[in-house]
Write a protein that binds this ligand. Structure first.
Ligand code: FAS
Ligand code: PHB
Length: 389
């Protein structure tokens, strides 16, 4: 087998890159470890930055997103009973779009299949060879046996646990990591959202997030212990804990119901540098992870895809390799700003086990300053709607 760009990973990064390159006439093959049904069963991000929406529209995926995506002009931060509305429209002249990552991935699969894309599912034993030479290859196993894919370039879009990052020799890579001492217990429920905007709440009992997927499907999270398990939480226990972490006005109107999904996500900040080695380029979670507090995970994967697709198009269309040479530096410049914002939001809104009385006073003072300072609110808004690419 041969292609121009071998893409490892059929999540949002790999699919968006494949779709964007195809529309520029560049051939790709996507190798995905799991089944399509498994990929679509994952419940993850819920908020799209303007840059990702623009990319999806440019890739021909704007119709359903425009119909079903919900523009949000602001969000609420709550510290106990104190509420602060961050006005994206006023401070950043922009909005975000609430549209689940699952739906983005579904749209991307539909578009790729409509173009008879080469998507190979349930691959195993993926091995990258020759990435630091002129003729890289990807070998893998399928039910039909061993296969080898020759290519010009490899895009490692295989997430945090994939093989791509680990293919770059550890001696050539620097990893940066912070693991948070708590996780997020998330549920989906077929109930109307408690508010028409997201609520990021913190209280003495910890963090809570009230989000949604559409007017009849809500997504809620509460901070939980790292050793917690979803099955240890009955629905009633979850709803009770949520009510006790959000302002009373919302707790009183919260509509509860049976949860249709319940899972725990660990929180970590992680970046590997550089994001390229020879003809291997890392995109998305393969290169970096953020705590979901700033809604930056999927959105930072999207800016990587933008930079890499532009660089590959420059190479194939104009013979210009400046984009490929500069990919890692360009992507990392935006990655680190997303890491900072996600870390800042996480530190502001969560209770840390080792927090001292002074630390709690610092959190309170930061929220008080945010509630009184328009410029501080503008900085949060500018980061939340998405820094420019
Ligand atoms: P992904 O991990 O989505 O996709 C990688 C793909 O590669 C997967 O389909 C995997 O099966 C495949 N793969 C792995 N190894 C392979 C191999 N060896 N060969 C072939 N394929 C391989 N972000 C937010 O913004 N908000 C959130 O609320 C949020 N919640 C999250 C909850 C969880 C539990 C997780 C894990 C992440 C969450 N994220 C959230 C971040 C998430 O949305 C990611 O940023 C996003 O999925 C990144 O997309 P990809 O880079 O495509 O990686
Ligand atoms: C979600 O809806 O899943 C969501 C929204 C915003 C976040 C994290 C998760 O910051």
């Amino acid at each position: 087998m041969r292609t121009q760009v071998a893409i490892i990973g059929g999540g949002p990064s790999g699919l968006l890159l494949s779709q964007t390159l195809h529309r520029a006439g560049i051939d790709t093959v996507v190798l995905e470890r799991r089944s399509k049904a498994h990929v679509l069963s994952r419940i993850r991000a819920g908020v799209l930055e303007r840059g990702l929406v623009a990319q999806l529209e440019d890739a021909g995926l704007g119709a359903r997103l425009q119909r079903e995506g919900q523009p949000h002009d602001g969000t609420v931060l709550a510290h106990g009973e104190r509420e602060i509305r961050i006005d994206f429209a006023r401070h950043a002249a922009a909005h975000v779009t609430v549209y689940g990552q699952t739906e983005v991935t579904r749209d991307l699969y539909r578009a790729r299949e409509a173009m008879d894309a080469r998507l190979i599912f349930e691959v195993e034993d993926v091995v990258i060879t020759g990435a630091d030479g002129p003729s890289p290859e990807v070998s893998f196993q399928t039910a039909e046996g061993a296969r080898t894919l020759a290519c010009d370039y490899i895009a490692g879009c295989d997430g945090f646990h994939g093989v791509s990052r680990k293919t770059i020799p550890q001696t050539l890579r620097q990893d940066y990591e912070k693991v948070y001492p708590f996780g997020w217990l998330g549920v989906l429920s077929e109930t109307p959202p408690v508010h028409d905007e997201l609520i990021y709440a913190t209280s003495a009992l910890g963090f809570a997030l009230c989000s949604m997927r559409n007017p009849t499907l809500s997504r809620y999270y509460i901070q939980c212990r790292l050793d917690d398990r979803p099955e240890a939480w009955s629905d009633d226990a979850f709803w009770d804990a949520l009510r006790r972490r959000i302002p009373a006005a919302y707790a009183e109107t919260l509509v509860t119901g049976p949860t249709i999904e319940k899972s725990i996500a660990p929180l970590r900040s992680f970046v590997t540098e550089p994001m390229q080695w020879g003809r291997l380029f890392l995109c998305g979670d393969a290169a970096h992870i953020v705590p979901p507090t700033g809604a930056k995970g999927l959105n930072t994967a999207a800016s990587d895809v933008y930079y890499l697709s532009q660089a590959l198009i420059g190479h194939y269309k104009d013979g210009d390799d400046a984009g490929l040479r500069g990919y890692s530096d360009r992507a990392l410049a935006r990655v680190w700003k997303a890491e900072r914002f996600s870390w800042w939001m996480t530190r502001l809104l969560h209770r840390f086990p080792d927090q001292t009385a002074f630390d709690l006073k610092m959190q309170e003072a930061e929220v008080a300053f945010l509630s009184e300072s328009e410029p501080a609110q503008a900085v949060l808004a500018e980061n939340y709607v998405g820094l420019p690419y």
